[in-house]
Design a protein. Structure first.
Length: 134
């Protein structure tokens, strides 16, 4: 038996450098004109993948850039190459970037799966710490 421990719900944010989208307080994905940096990670949350698919159908080819790693996307966003979209987990934010809320962002639920019958004290403590952190 598998159990799911919900740790939280987050919205999707448009992540940008300080000098891009300066006067914007929230983002409508239908109005994005900047280069969008997409993750090639197929393990991204469904809400992010469906938004990427919607954007790819609308954007010009020169506005789309695929990156292999989270770190490469972050470096390119910091350099002002483009914007990206991420789950907005407040404690995971990079303080040198701006996180703008999306209009009509779906909620993403995140948590951990574990065996329901596992009474391992280390697992129980780990889940307790995760709940406290998030």
């Amino acid at each position: 038996n598998i159990a799911f421990e919900k740790l939280g719900e987050v919205m999707i944010a448009c992540v940008t450098s300080d000098y891009m989208l300066k006067n914007v307080q929230c983002v409508d994905v239908n109005e994005i004109r900047e280069t969008v940096l997409f993750s090639q990670d197929l393990k991204a949350p469904e809400g992010i993948i469906s938004m990427q698919n919607r954007l790819m159908r609308r954007l010009k080819i020169n506005q789309i850039q695929f990156c292999e790693t989270f770190e490469s996307i972050t470096a390119l966003v910091k350099a002002g190459v483009g914007v990206t979209f991420r789950p907005d987990i407040k404690k995971g934010r990079d303080p040198s970037l701006r996180y703008l809320p999306l209009i009509d962002s779906p909620k993403l639920i995140f948590g951990v799966y574990h065996r329901k019958d596992d009474q391992n004290q280390h697992l129980i403590e780990f889940i307790r710490l995760l709940k406290r952190y998030f």
